[in-house]
Design a binder for this molecule. Structure first.
Ligand code: IMP
Ligand code: MG
Length: 349
């Protein structure tokens, strides 16, 4: 039996130990894959020198449960839970100064936080425009002003972080910090299917959400990225309008315990029981995924709740994991089995 296990490990695609370098975490579906939990786990266990957020802006809602407390993060990376790291916001992110300052206070990170001087500032007018626009209503945006801020940036009329007095003491050069560090954890936001380039246009967010754009958001060149960890949830959810193959009714989603609510807007998320293989294959290819982090396996298979060893999983749940590896050709290295940051099976070690 022991020999059999050793042989299995030898031939498993993830038998090698993966050391942290400059690693990017992105979403492979419609956002809300559970990036927050994966980021916080990686931050605590891999201890990166810097943790930087890329992506769109405070339209993101990343949830992390830490020491029994829930944090709903919109501007700062969920990696703040590792107290040894600098916590940065990359140039590509649009910043709402009020949301930012509130989160700095809430997380007590004042002495280790930095905002790139080039970030776009979200103004009150941007939020009003997002809230009043009939097109935003059609798409079902988060009304956080992100789209209008990005459009101001494209039109070259946006205000930058360097000009915002409220941010003065936090201004830094994120590309310099990220490139100078030996280890960095980069947090993307939203998901691949919400990319303005590759998603379900026009029902998408205002930027590309793939790993290449996230790297650019924090000033990291494509050859300086080590691992791209694509997070996918064991089923599929989406908030806002746009296609969702295999969508089920809310009653069924509630019965299955799949029903979720938005972190930012509180809206009920739409649910599909399925994983959409064509979309996920495209996501794995365009993101250049080198690892998959699979979340909420315990929601799909309640028997795996709280498990921390792969060998403790049931046959049915293992087949589910192994089918993902087979379909996408990428190893599933991290598996979420509960809401706490520590409820993870880590197959990298
Ligand atoms: P916007 O990004 O607020 O302009 O919204 C555009 C679409 O993306 C809407 O369907 C939103 O619900 C969706 N969206 C934006 N950010 C997120 C996110 O972080 N998670 C899930 N959906 C998001
Ligand atoms: Mg979210």
């Amino acid at each position: 039996m022991a020999i059999c296990k050793k042989l299995m490990l030898l031939f498993s695609p993830i038998a090698k130990v993966i050391h942290m370098g400059k690693d990017i975490v992105i979403g492979g579906q419609y956002g809300d894959e559970g990036k927050g939990k994966i980021i916080s786990y990686l931050a605590i266990h891999d201890k990166p020198e810097v943790i930087a957020r890329g992506g769109v802006g405070p339209n993101a809602g990343h949830e992390v449960w830490y020491k029994g407390q829930r944090f709903g993060m919109r501007m700062l990376s969920c990696g703040f839970v590792y107290e040894g790291a600098r916590v940065l916001i990359g140039a590509g992110v649009s910043v709402n100064p009020e949301v930012f300052l509130k989160e700095v206070e809430m997380t007590k990170t004042e002495n280790r936080i930095g905002v790139d001087k080039r970030c776009t500032i979200i103004t009150k007018e941007n939020i009003e425009r997002d809230s009043a626009s009939s097109n935003s209503a059609k798409i079902g945006t988060t009304k956080t002003g992100c789209g209008p801020a990005v459009s101001d940036r494209v039109n070259r009329v946006a205000k930058l972080a360097a000009e915002e007095p409220l941010l003065a003491k936090y201004i830094t050069d994120v590309p310099k910090e990220v490139n100078a560090a030996k280890t960095a954890l980069i947090e993307g936001s939203q998901g691949f299917m919400l990319s303005v380039l590759y998603g379900t246009y026009p029902y998408v967010t205002s930027k590309d959400t793939s790993a290449s754009s996230i790297a650019a958001d924090v000033g990291l060149g494509p050859k300086n990225v080590d691992e791209v960890i694509m997070v996918i949830k064991s089923y599929t959810t989406r908030v806002g309008a746009g296609h969702l193959p295999g969508e089920i009714q809310r009653e069924e989603a509630e019965q299955l315990k799949f029903q979720e609510f938005g972190t930012v807007t509180g809206r009920p998320r739409r649910t599909s029981k399925e994983l959409h293989w064509d979309d996920l294959k495209l996501a794995a290819m365009i993101n250049g995924a080198t690892q998959i982090a699979l979340t909420k396996l315990d929601v799909k298979f309640p028997t795996v709740a709280g498990k921390r060893n792969y060998s403790d999983l049931t046959g049915e749940s293992k087949s589910f994991v192994e089918n993902i590896e087979k379909q996408l050709g990428v190893p599933v290295t991290l598996i979420g089995t509960g809401k706490d940051a520590e409820d993870i099976i880590d197959r990298r070690r």
